[in-house]
Each structure stands twice: as structure tokens, then as C-alpha cells.
Unconditional design. Structure first.
Ligand SMILES: NC(=O)c1ccc[n+]([C@@H]2O[C@H](COP(=O)([O-])OP(=O)(O)OC[C@H]3O[C@@H](n4cnc5c(N)ncnc54)[C@H](OP(=O)(O)O)[C@@H]3O)[C@@H](O)[C@H]2O)c1
Length: 327
């Protein structure tokens, strides 16, 4: 497994990170607690040291499961990244989403962040968070004010470093002036490449970490979403145009090229997708959403795969030809 510091911080994180959204169950058709805890431990035992979760994943459940899973490990050997700013227990002027009978609101007010960090620490069973991130921007709280609150958390020792997710480029530029600000987390994969011209140039010129989320396009880029695969109605992939027959056919054309490289390097399609993503300029870490021990070990095994420049360009050419998702 290759490791890289989170930006200019002294936090050394495995380049492949355990993505803990799906184990929360919410939007992923439910969860199994024992299986989730085993999956996290399998990831740690296979060389990952970093886990990305959020307060809102399963409305606290993902953080709780992470806290339970890491109990047998030394705390200093694990890098915990979590997020604040999406609340399901209070109403604010900014509705973020409505799902499974719950309304989720955005807020990054000082009072809210100060409350949320203590809730997360309790659920995670720890007295510090390695990387604390805003989940989504709050239109009512300027980035500078959020960063002031984050500085207070750093001073109190509750948090070691901070970052943004789903950030506007302008906010990212504001944040680079703060010493403790080290990362940007955005959607990025072979089929979602908008960040190449959006935040990645800012990330690169300011030596920030870039954490790519949904790098497997929520399963589409693993080869496991075949034409006949179905999803439970409470799974976000059910009825989603990105998972339509047309989209799957277009993905399949791309994966034919990935598969030819996979055969040459004796790895799987998802492992080659992982390696390609981690070799894109500025991408430092990749968050692989993982639910089972098998997926954990499999995803970790791609942690030191380096593709040749010829293989990389063959895949990039195919990704450039990707026709896009069904509308
Ligand atoms: N900041 C944000 O707003 C944000 C948004 C989205 C995600 N994230 C973070 O990024 C992480 C990853 O994103 P994601 O979960 O959306 O998508 P993802 O990592 O692209 O895909 C995850 C899905 O891929 C499948 N998968 C994973 N490993 C596999 C393997 N080895 N073989 C076959 N299938 C495999 C699993 O599908 P099955 O469930 O079908 O097995 C899994 O649920 C999240 O967990 C979260 O930490 C952050």
C-alpha cells in the first residue's frame, strides 16, 4: 500500500481509503453491522489506515460502526476523516435533501459545528478527529467564518487538520491561506472528470490533498454491475439513469479497454480503475466505498499498482470516448 500525507500536514494516509457511506445503510438499501465492522477491519488488516465517514451517513450509524471497528487497534495507527454540516435534527433555511422520511438541512454556523464535532467524537469513541471536513457549503456562512471555527477546533485539540468537500473553486482559494487546511474531497472518476478543469489545478498549485469520491462510479466501474443486476428500491442506484440499460452499455464499452489492461497486469477491472485514478495529476487519495471483507481486501490490493504510461493513455483515450450517461 502506498501512503501520502494529507496535503502539507503530518498525517500520513493510505492512498486507498475505506469509504464508509454505504455501511451506514442510508441510500444504500440498508446495512449489516457485523459485516460492516468486519469489512473495516479487513481493510485495516490489508494495509489501509484511513477511513472516511460523515455524521449524516446512516444518521450517525456509520460513525458508530467505525468507532466499534477500530476498538482493537491503536488509535494513533488510524486516520479518521469525518464531516459536518448536514443536520437531520434541526431545521435551517437551507434544505439539502429529503430522503427516507427525513429532511436534511445544511448549516456550518459556529454553534452547529461546535455541537457536531462533540457528537462525532462520541460516536467514533475517540478524543480527536484527524481530518474534519465540511460536507457541503452553507450559503449562509462564508468560507472564512467556517475556517475560523475550524481553527478553534484545532486549538482545542479536537481536530488535527481540516478540509472541504463539494467546494466551489473560490472557497478553496480562500482556504489555502490557512495552515491547517489540507484537503479537497470531490466526485472524481474515469467517467466524472469535471474536476480536472475545476478544483484540481488549485489543489496542485497549493499542494493540497485531493480525495476522489465515488471513484468506482458507485459500482459501475467494477464490472459487477452487469446488465441483469438489480437494486433494492431504497438503494440510490434503483431507477437512477446512470444505471440504466443505455448507461451500462456505454460503461461496458469503456470497461472492455480497462479489461484488456487488467489481463496484462493480472489484476481486476476495479483494481486497474483504482490505479488509473490514483495516477491522474493531483489525485492523492481515493475513497473506495466498501461493504464486505472481500471488497476491502480486493480494493487494498490495488494500493501499490502502477500502470505504464502506455496503459494509462490507452485507458484515457477510451475514457475520452465515453459517450456519457443516459439522461
Ligand atoms: N463528500 C461527499 O459528498 C461524498 C459523496 C459520495 C461519496 N463520498 C465518499 O466516497 C466514498 C466512496 O464513494 P461511493 O460509495 O459513492 O462510491 P464508489 O466507491 O464509487 O462505489 C462503491 C460501490 O462499489 C462497489 N464496490 C466497491 N468495491 C468493490 C469491489 N472490490 N468489487 C465489486 N464492487 C465493489 C460496491 O457496490 P455494492 O454495494 O453493490 O457491493 C460499493 O458500494 C463514500 O463511501 C464516502 O466516504 C463522499
Amino acid at each position: 500500500m502506498l501512503f501520502e500525507p494529507l496535503g502539507q500536514s503530518d498525517i500520513n494516509a493510505s492512498r486507498i481509503v475505506f469509504g464508509a457511506w454505504a455501511i451506514g445503510g442510508w441510500k444504500w438499501g440498508g446495512t449489516d453491522a457485523d459485516q460492516s465492522i468486519s469489512a473495516i477491519r479487513a481493510a485495516l488488516d490489508s494495509g489501509m489506515n484511513c477511513i472516511d465517514t460523515a455524521a449524516v451517513y446512516g444518521f450517525g450509524l456509520s460513525e458508530q460502526l467505525v468507532g466499534e471497528a477500530i476498538k482493537p487497534y491503536k488509535r494513533q495507527d488510524i486516520v479518521i476523516a469525518t464531516k459536518c454540516g448536514l443536520r437531520w435534527d434541526v431545521e435551517t433555511p437551507t434544505l439539502h435533501a429529503e430522503s427516507e422520511g427525513k429532511k436534511i438541512y445544511r448549516t456550518l454556523s459556529r454553534e452547529s459545528i461546535q455541537w457536531e464535532v462533540n457528537e462525532s467524537l462520541t460516536r467514533l469513541g475517540t478524543d480527536y478527529i484527524d481530518l474534519y471536513q465540511t460536507h457541503w457549503p452553507d450559503p449562509l456562512t462564508p468560507a472564512d467564518d467556517v475556517l475560523d471555527t475550524f481553527d478553534e477546533l484545532i486549538s482545542s485539540g479536537k481536530v488535527r487538520a481540516v478540509g472541504f468537500c463539494n467546494s466551489a473553486k473560490a472557497d478553496l482559494e480562500v482556504a489555502t491561506s490557512r495552515l491547517s487546511f489540507c484537503s479537497d474531497q470531490e466526485k472524481y472518476s474515469m467517467v466524472d472528470r469535471e474536476q480536472e478543469s475545476a478544483n484540481l489545478p488549485v489543489v496542485r498549485s497549493n499542494q493540497l490533498a485531493f480525495l476522489a469520491y465515488s471513484p468506482l462510479a458507485q459500482g459501475l466501474l467494477t464490472g459487477a454491475v452487469t446488465a441483469d443486476r438489480t437494486f433494492a428500491p431504497s438503494d440510490l442506484r434503483h431507477g437512477n439513469p446512470r444505471f440504466s440499460e443505455v448507461s451500462r452499455r456505454r460503461i461496458s464499452a469503456l470497461l472492455t479497454v480497462v479489461d484488456s489492461v487488467a489481463k496484462e497486469v493480472s489484476m481486476s477491472v476495479s483494481q486497474v480503475v483504482t490505479a488509473w485514478t490514483l495516477q491522474q495529476p493531483g489525485v492523492s487519495h481515493l475513497l473506495a466505498g466498501t461493504r464486505t471483507t472481500e471488497q476491502a481486501a480486493h480494493n487494498a490490493a490495488a494500493g501499490d499498482l502502477l500502470l505504464s504510461s502506455e496503459a494509462l493513455s490507452r485507458i484515457t483515450d477510451a475514457a475520452n470516448r465515453f459517450e456519457g450517461f443516459d439522461q
